[in-house]
Design a protein around this ligand. Structure first.
Ligand code: OOB
Length: 557
């Protein structure tokens, strides 16, 4: 296994194989097989292109050969930051074929995140788009290289704009034949890619997922969601997030020979038009996006759109409130499926035959009979059935440790290998999970996860900041937003200047606090630590009665 990763203990690995969860297939071989079975069917639609399974497969091969010519091969890490365009699949499958590991970055990430990913993984290459949604990713890539001295190769999907040092992705497609290493068949038990965790402390953690464990979650998800060759899946969220990737997402759709349609953004205007034009059957969104779609359809502005093909709207990533949940069927004419998942592994779905009440008020139940769930109190003791506590889990597709993070792993996993999710839940008598809150220090901004101390560290770098604490504040639309409490030195900096400072440090936009409060000191807990709870309560109180509703920025999940 890739150095710096924690394998499953042998007895568990054996059991997962015996029970047929781990089938010894790689993601590269998986696509090869589907390309054979569904050759002429449409695999991908997006950015004005339509690729059949055979074409996607052939493109992945050509791309793999080109990357191998650059010297990229088994075990190399490649940071991939691409928007929802067909190249994202071409590059990912090429890397799987080479046994190289995609490290998935979100389009919203900026210099701070991309530099960290490139240096931490010692990436051999960074793959970016030229521009997207008005942002120049080439300039970002160049800044990353200037800051970190790497990676050796920067590959650009689209125009390089004649910038020296950037290689057009197109060049990878040019030469024929398989280069050295292009035929490497990785071990299915080994790590296939690294995905970013939402993070609770400091810098983001990387999640190593193996071919075996990931493909199990993909097959089982496609099965639960009843996907088949007629499935048209709309990737409305960034495709490389775990939700649209495997729950059941694009991989689930590929597993059954369906069609994946890539939306450039999750707005109702874009997505409702695509649902109509491509006869989309399934899609997945975060709660604020679901609410925008519901409002848009109820407002009548999209009455000319035919949404009758849509069978299932999946909502997950953050808690979906039951009132909004109840509007899905009458407004959109499709079933709701709640999805409570995490990039670390465990994914829960409400099932299509669950009663309406269960679908609207719970976050589903696990994929696998071998998902082990434990609800514990703050001492780690299991609570009585139905009681509230922190969810811990282990199972055939839940990691046993983050990549190169031994210290963090000691806290994030129990000695017997359960992942401490940090989610406060209770289980219903039918085994469904209701997410009630969070024990972890994380802000869930409409599905986008923020680790407060990552932002605090950036604030503390400002010369006029003495101390900083970032907490969640409730928000009707996003669920939560971030509020920074700042103790200034002699004189407080202007709010706008502080926020500009964070942007200049290259922090992703969704991590920039929505509100900044200057205070003289922080409330302390009994042991003298900053009391986040008191700050959360303070900001909640400041917002509660008659507080003006904040503007609705477009969510960027
Ligand atoms: C998904 O994955 P991540 O890794 O971005 O975030 C995981 C965390 C969970 O631990 C929980 O705190 C929160 O996001 N969450 C939910 C939720 N779904 C995720 N909280 C309440 N209700 C839900 N339905 O977000 C993710 C991964 C795969 C599928 C779906 C979501």
């Amino acid at each position: 296994m890739l150095a710096g990763c924690t394998p499953w203990p042998t007895e568990f690995a054996d059991r997962y194989r015996e029970r047929g969860y781990w089938q010894g297939e790689t993601i590269g071989a998986f696509l090869r097989d589907r390309a054979r079975r569904f050759a002429e069917r449409t695999a991908v639609v997006g950015a004005g292109q339509r690729w059949s399974y055979a074409e996607l497969d052939a493109r992945a091969d050509r791309m793999a050969a080109g990357l191998a010519r650059l010297g990229i091969g088994a075990g190399d890490r490649v940071v991939v930051q691409l928007p929802n365009r067909p190249e994202v699949f071409e590059v990912a499958f090429a890397l799987f074929r080479l046994g190289a590991l995609p490290v998935y970055a979100l389009p919203a990430h900026r210099r701070a995140e991309i530099s960290y990913l490139c240096s931490f993984t010692e990436a051999a290459a960074l793959v970016v788009a030229d521009t997207d949604a008005g942002f120049d990713y080439r300039a970002l890539a160049e800044e990353v290289r200037a800051e970190t001295g790497g990676p050796e190769h920067i590959l650009v999907a689209g125009e390089t704009g004649d910038r020296p040092g950037l290689t057009p992705l197109e060049r990878m497609r040019a030469g024929g034949g398989a280069g050295p290493g292009a035929t490497a068949e990785p071990d299915p038990a080994d790590v296939a890619f690294l995905q970013l965790s939402g993070g609770t402390t400091g810098l983001p953690k990387l999640i190593p997922r193996t071919h075996d464990d990931y493909l199990y979650s993909v097959r089982a998800s496609a099965d639960i969601c009843e996907l088949d060759t007629a499935t048209v899946y709309l990737a409305a969220l960034p495709a490389v997030h775990n939700f649209p990737m495997s729950s059941p997402g694009f991989l689930g759709t590929f597993s059954v020979g369906g069609t994946v349609v890539l939306a450039p953004d999750p707005s109702p205007a874009t997505c409702l038009a695509l649902i109509d034009a491509e006869a989309v059957t399934h899609t997945a969104v975060v709660p604020p996006v679901a609410m925008l779609w519901l409002d848009a359809v109820e407002g009548g502005a999209h009455a000319h759109r035919d949404l009758s093909s849509l069978r299932v709207l999946q909502v997950g990533g953050a808690k979906f409130n039951p009132e909004a949940a109840r509007r899905v069927r009458p407004t959109l004419g499709c079933a709701l499926q709640q999805v409570f998942g995490m990039a670390e592994g465990l994914v829960n779905y409400t099932r299509y035959d669950d009663p309406e009440e269960v679908v609207t008020t719970t976050q589903g139940r696990p994929i696998s009979p071998d998902d082990e769930l434990r609800v514990v109190d703050s001492d780690g003791t299991e609570v009585p059935p139905g009681g509230l506590g922190e969810l811990q889990t282990r199972g055939p597709y839940t990691i046993r440790g983050y990549y190169r993070a031994p210290e963090h792993n000691a806290a994030a996993f129990t000695p017997d290998g359960f992942y401490r999710t940090g989610d406060l839940v209770r289980l219903t008598p039918t085994g469904h999970i209701v997410v009630e809150g969070r024990a972890k220090d994380q802000i869930n901004r409409g599905g986008e996860k923020i680790a407060p101390d990552e932002v605090e560290d950036h604030l503390l770098a400002h010369p006029a900041v003495h101390d900083a604490t970032v907490v969640a504040m409730p928000d009707r639309f996003l669920g939560e937003r971030a509020c920074a409490y700042v103790v200034p030195r002699a004189s407080a900096p202007a709010r706008a200047e502080l926020l500009a400072f964070l942007r200049e440090r290259g922090l992703a936009g969704y991590k920039i606090p929505d509100r900044v409060e200057f205070v003289d000191a922080f409330p302390a807990t009994g042991v003298g630590k900053v009391s986040r709870r008191e700050l959360r309560e303070a900001v909640r109180a400041a917002h509660a009665p008659g507080a003006p509703p904040p503007a609705r920025p477009a969510p960027q999940p």
